[in-house]
Design a protein around this ligand. Sequence first.
Ligand SMILES: Nc1ncnc2c1ncn2[C@@H]1O[C@H](COP(=O)(O)OP(=O)(O)OP(=O)(O)O)[C@@H](O)[C@H]1O
Ligand SMILES: [Mg+2]
Length: 217
Amino acid sequence: MELMKAIRIHNYGGPEVLQHEDAPRPKPAPGEVLIRVHAAGVNPADWKVREGHLKQFVQNNLPLIPGWDVSGVVEEVGAALRPSAEGKQLRFEISLPPDEITLQTDRRALHQILINLANNAVKFTEQGSVRIDLKQHRDDGRMVTEISVTDTGIGIRPEDQVNLFQAFTQIGARRRTEGTGLGLHLSQKMAALLGGQITLQSEPGRGSRFTLVLAEK
Ligand SMILES: Nc1ncnc2c1ncn2[C@@H]1O[C@H](COP(=O)(O)OP(=O)(O)OP(=O)(O)O)[C@@H](O)[C@H]1O
Ligand SMILES: [Mg+2]
């Protein structure tokens, strides 16, 4: 068995139950990758898990490793898209939480989804900004990670939002932009494979926000 160093909890309790020790190295499932984490912040809400307050909501198998890091992926996507946004004179912002976030998921799928969303945001925005936000909160004891891409672009009418995630959907009779209309469809499919979904809020003329919501399994 291959080992790695990890901080683990064997029993619920105070900070003294956190142990830095050897742990079996996780085996990535098909389609998953193993990410080497150099530093991981324990989320402020994780003390509740540590003390066992969430036992009745979440069945955690002990020993467990607290903390989940997607900041690196968001930064990569930002680095890839910043030049095209700034080339169009758009402000490009990334907002990450102060603590690193670790998330056991398919890094490539996550990267691809965010690239698709950020690409769209830049493509359909002529003025203003594109922003990526990463947030995490607990919902019923489950850690929920939300990554949203917000633009101040053309927006999407409610009647057009309905079919947006179907294959080959492009809005407008004559498209001026390039593309196949597959990006959102595939992104939604990938999100589902990661156990999540993409939600949309948009107002025509004001902009759009696409949010990838991933709940801890
Ligand atoms: N951020 C956005 N603002 C406004 N409209 C959007 C935005 N994102 C997507 N859309 C609309 O949804 C349609 C579908 O998006 P999708 O990413 O699936 O396809 P595409 O970008 O046209 O092509 P592809 O991604 O396959 O290259 C777009 O053609 C556009 O009309
Ligand atoms: Mg697209």
